[in-house]
Design a protein around this ligand. Structure first.
Ligand SMILES: Cc1ncc(COP(=O)(O)O)c(C=O)c1O
Length: 401
């Protein structure tokens, strides 16, 4: 059975789930514990305090749900809104599409602002909607910070500025699943009311924990929001927070210890250094794509994502074949094109606990695959462009200075 893995390490470059560092794997390799013993609440208390740092919030209240990003979405929506509420949501790729589908199934009236895939959120349309909404019928603005399907990052500070410009009280709900802990994200500065992420992305943990952080305004809204909620109800958690026992139901002990180790690694490197590392990984990848003569699915520099690059292939190549071949021949996992861009793009995920030399291995693999599928690439061209940039920009490892 081991044979299916092939020799050596696999090269996991999908944009989540991502590589889990050894330190985290070791921290999780433990027996279950009684979560009602004093040790687990003590651990949880430090986790809740420290998790706020990755959201850059001091006033927010975090919740650790046994779920994925999709459950975290549901928690954000159902705790703050009531059925029939009007909300504005941006459709820019597969994950924003799925969130909108959830919003509609939860019976919110969604004003969908659609962009071509590869483009960012149309914030000018948001501005005109808010300007026209003098009665404040819009209850929330929902946005995916980083659209993982197309490698597009939206400017959240601009969303806040627009909300402020029109003095609009709508709640600001943000999917930070493929951004938080990798891209610049500032919950308090940007007045985000609910932000959320999933453990399997930049935190580099196994899948299974949805982290949701609520502003004081969002907590206030949850007192009157009428959406049906049970498993994801913040109230149940808050009750146990007040008791100092923290858990309304059984947490994954292993994930809690994993989260402790993951946060420790991030703080050891320094969150700003983590963000700068992702900037380097993103830039190196984009330089390689350019050197191969291929195009980024993202149309403009202002939207370039530092956690995932979606690469457009020429029409005579099926990008799914690139992904299949990468896995079969080179033990490299790349992301498929999803929905509207299926067959047209493949995705390189460059997020989480990943360093520059690992990325160069991936880029070398992509070059060989491109040649395999008949694309005339010069072997080494992308690696050369990326490494020339990296050689000039990699700092000393922070903990070794
Ligand atoms: C931006 C974004 N939001 C939400 C999700 C859904 O998360 P999950 O698959 O953990 O439910 C994903 C998954 O990749 C994502 O990339």
């Amino acid at each position: 059975m081991d044979y299916v893995y092939g020799p050596g390490k696999n090269h996991l470059f999908v944009p989540g789930p991502v590589n889990i560092p050894e330190q985290v794997l070791r921290a999780m390799n433990r027996n279950n514990e009684d979560y009602r013993s004093p040790a687990v609440p003590a651990l949880t208390k430090t986790l809740l305090e420290d998790v706020k740092k990755i959201f850059k919030t001091t006033s927010g209240t975090p919740f650790l749900f046994p779920t994925t990003g999709t459950g975290a979405w549901e928690s954000a929506l159902t705790n703050t809104l009531s059925p029939g509420d009007r909300i504005v949501s941006f459709l820019i790729g597969q994950f924003s599409l799925l969130w909108i589908d959830q919003q509609q199934r939860l019976n919110f009236k969604v004003d969908v602002i659609e962009s071509d895939w590869g483009e960012g959120a149309k914030l000018d349309v948001l501005a005109s909607k808010l300007a026209a909404d003098t009665e404040h019928t819009i209850k929330a603005v929902c946005i995916v910070h980083n659209e993982t399907a197309t490698g597009v990052t939206n400017d959240l500070s601009l969303v806040r500025r627009i909300l402020d410009e029109y003095r609009h009280p709508a709640l600001f709900l943000v999917d930070g699943v493929s951004s938080i802990c990798a891209l610049d994200f500032r919950m308090d500065d940007w007045g985000v009311d609910v932000a959320l992420t999933g453990s399997q992305k930049a935190l580099s943990l196994p899948t299974g924990m949805g982290i949701v952080c609520a502003s004081p305004r969002a907590l206030e809204a949850s007192k009157t929001a009428k959406s049906l909620r049970v498993f994801f109800d913040w109230k149940d958690y808050l009750k146990f927070y007040n008791l100092g026992t923290y858990w309304p139901y059984t947490p994954s002990i292993q994930l809690l210890y994993g989260l402790r180790a993951a946060l420790d690694l991030i703080f050891e490197e320094g969150l700003e250094n983590v963000i700068a590392r992702h900037r380097r990984l993103g830039q190196a990848t984009r330089l390689a794509v350019e050197a191969w003569g291929l195009k980024n699915c993202t149309q403009k520099e202002e939207w370039f994502s530092d956690t995932v690059t979606a690469v457009l292939v020429p029409p005579y190549i099926d990008s799914s074949e690139i992904v299949r071949r990468a896995w079969k021949r080179y033990n490299l996992s790349l992301g498929l094109g999803l929905n509207k861009v299926a067959g047209k793009v493949f995705r390189i995920g460059h997020l989480g606990n990943l360093n520059e030399l690992q990325l160069l291995g991936c880029l070398a693999g992509v070059e060989m695959i491109l040649k395999d599928v008949g694309y005339p690439v010069k072997l080494g061209s992308g690696v050369a462009a990326a490494s020339a940039y990296l050689q000039n920009n990699i700092p000393l490892i922070p903990s070794r200075i």
